[in-house]
Design a binder for this molecule. Structure first.
Ligand code: BG6
Length: 489
């Protein structure tokens, strides 16, 4: 299959926080890959803007280093790297003062091209940046701004942030990133659901016993302890990434694949979420295992607070009060320092109503697994007869479609979530970005859960690094005759 890379329109992308971690790890390597793929037009310009005093040459050198460190072995001809670096410029700028703004205005002046401003900075600076963009005449109605999570830490702060941005930009100019929406398999979720006749008629409480969403990581909090300890798994992962997955798996078919049609349906899912009962919530915190403590310190050591009550693991049972899903539980779980890196959504269908093969043949269920990472793909467990003589014994076998194998040679290049999302910003397509009301609805559901455990002075249950979380998480399903699908790939 010929790769269908369509170049985007010429653009100027200003990255505030252009020397920061996210810019070096994700944004710039992502842009470089798009440049190599021929999607970034040669006239495009990327302007890094940050506090540090340096010139364009020093910035280009820094970016070249970032490509090597975070490019994941991706290479492209040397002359292409040089051509990419030629597209880069840098400005020392003060988000809260006047320094650098006149120069930026000068650079952006009079060009007939798409303008995008990426706020890869602390949310505390979003308002300052938006205000200065307007003051210096760069907030015209075609400009786009890209903002990163965390988008608030509760409903109140999210509303304030939305209000601040709305003072300078219209909603159709604001691109709130949740990088999970840029993952290939997450989009495939929509293709599988709405591109096939097979699944949708069964996609409801009548046929589905329950749905599991697991996002397990092997990494700990690493160098992000200060941020993470103020957030925890609920704010860092559940309120956004897991919520988005839940929306896509549970939403009604939108009439069209366009930004508002899709986001309207997602919003309805969030609004249909029931409050969560305290006994349907499990919070955990990883601890070091003896002998491994030097390499992998426990959570409290990692964040430097021996009494921290922040969770690095969450498991929840949630319900949606709507016609499609009433009575079907959704189990969500996410954690750091778990046994394997694995993100998977599992749809467990109900038992057949009657077994014609007799009880000894056993009862079997169809299970649809959608693997987001690693080893992206879809597996459908079907029941067949165990081969050979000896009567009718049933076994479950997987109908497996690992994308890398199924599409070998045809899959085109692997596109990282950030690459896809940045190109969508340039194309002006907001489908894979969160709308302001979605974010607020997610906090409306999340806030009482957090307030509940704060009022109870809840202490997260310890779990061993390298395990699958506290035993209470298994218990959450076991008491209902269910079990988590294994994390190990
Ligand atoms: C980020 C969280 O949004 O997502 C991190 O802040 C987490 O804590 C990361 O590690 C996970 O992303 P991915 O793409 O590696 O699954």
């Amino acid at each position: 299959m010929v790769s269908r890379v369509i170049p985007v329109e010429p653009f100027d992308l200003v990255i505030f926080g252009g020397t920061g971690d996210l810019a070096r790890r994700k944004i710039l390597p992502g842009l470089f890959r798009r440049f190599c793929a021929g999607q970034m037009p040669p006239e495009a310009r990327i302007i890094g803007a940050a506090r540090a005093d340096m010139d364009g040459a020093a910035y280009r050198e820094m970016v070249a280093g970032a490509m090597e460190e975070f490019g994941g072995g991706f290479t492209c001809e040397d002359k292409t790297l040089r051509a990419f670096l030629d597209r880069l410029d840098y400005l020392a700028i003060d988000a809260r003062g006047d320094k650098g703004w006149a120069e930026l205005q000068e650079k952006m002046k009079g060009k007939d091209r798409i303008e995008a401003y990426y706020f890869s900075v602390s949310p505390a600076l979003f308002g300052d940046l938006a205000e200065r963009l307007q003051k210096w005449g760069m907030a015209d109605k075609d400009a786009r701004i890209v903002v990163e999570k965390p988008f608030g830490r509760d409903l109140d702060t999210a509303k304030k942030l939305n209000g601040t941005l709305a003072a300078y930009f219209n909603e159709d100019q604001i691109y709130r990133i949740d990088h999970y929406l840029g993952k290939e398999t997450v989009q495939n979720l929509m293709a599988v659901r709405f591109g096939n006749m097979l699944f949708e008629p069964l996609w409801n409480a009548q046929y589905v016993d329950h749905i599991q969403i697991t996002v397990a990581e092997t990494v700990g909090v690493g160098g992000r302890g200060e941020y993470y300890d103020k957030s925890g798994a609920m704010r860092d992962m559940v309120q956004n990434h897991l919520m988005q997955l839940l929306c896509l798996i549970a939403m009604e078919p939108p009439a069209r694949f366009d930004p508002d049609a899709v986001r309207d349906e997602k919003l309805k899912v969030i609004r249909a979420l029931d409050p969560v009962e305290p006994h349907h919530i499990v919070r955990g915190q990883y601890q070091a295992v003896p002998m491994d403590e030097a390499d992998h310190p426990g959570y409290r050591t990692a964040v430097g607070d021996a009494r921290s009550r922040t969770e690095s693991f969450m498991a929840l049972k949630v319900h949606l009060s709507n016609w499609r899903w009433a009575g079907t539980p959704f189990y969500l779980r996410t954690g750091k320092r778990m046994s394997a890196r694995s993100s998977e959504i599992t749809v467990v269908f109900k038992d057949t109503p009657h077994s014609i093969f007799g009880e000894e043949a056993g009862r079997h269920r169809n299970v649809l697994s959608i693997r987001l990472q690693p080893n992206e793909g879809i597996t459908l467990g079907v029941t067949i007869k165990e081969p050979g003589p000896g009567g009718m014994r049933l076994i479950d076998v997987p109908l497996d479609m690992t994308f890398a194998e199924a599409l070998a040679g045809e899959a085109g290049e692997q596109v990282d979530a950030y690459e896809r999302l940045i190109m969508d910003v340039i194309r002006g397509n907001q489908t894979l970005f969160m709308r302001g009301d979605e974010v607020e609805a997610a906090w409306t559901w999340t806030d009482p859960i957090i307030q509940g455990w704060e009022a109870r002075n809840d202490v997260p249950k310890p779990y061993d690094s390298g395990s699958d979380g506290p035993t209470d998480s298994d218990e959450l399903l076991r008491r209902e005759g269910r079990a988590w699908r294994g994390v190990a790939p």
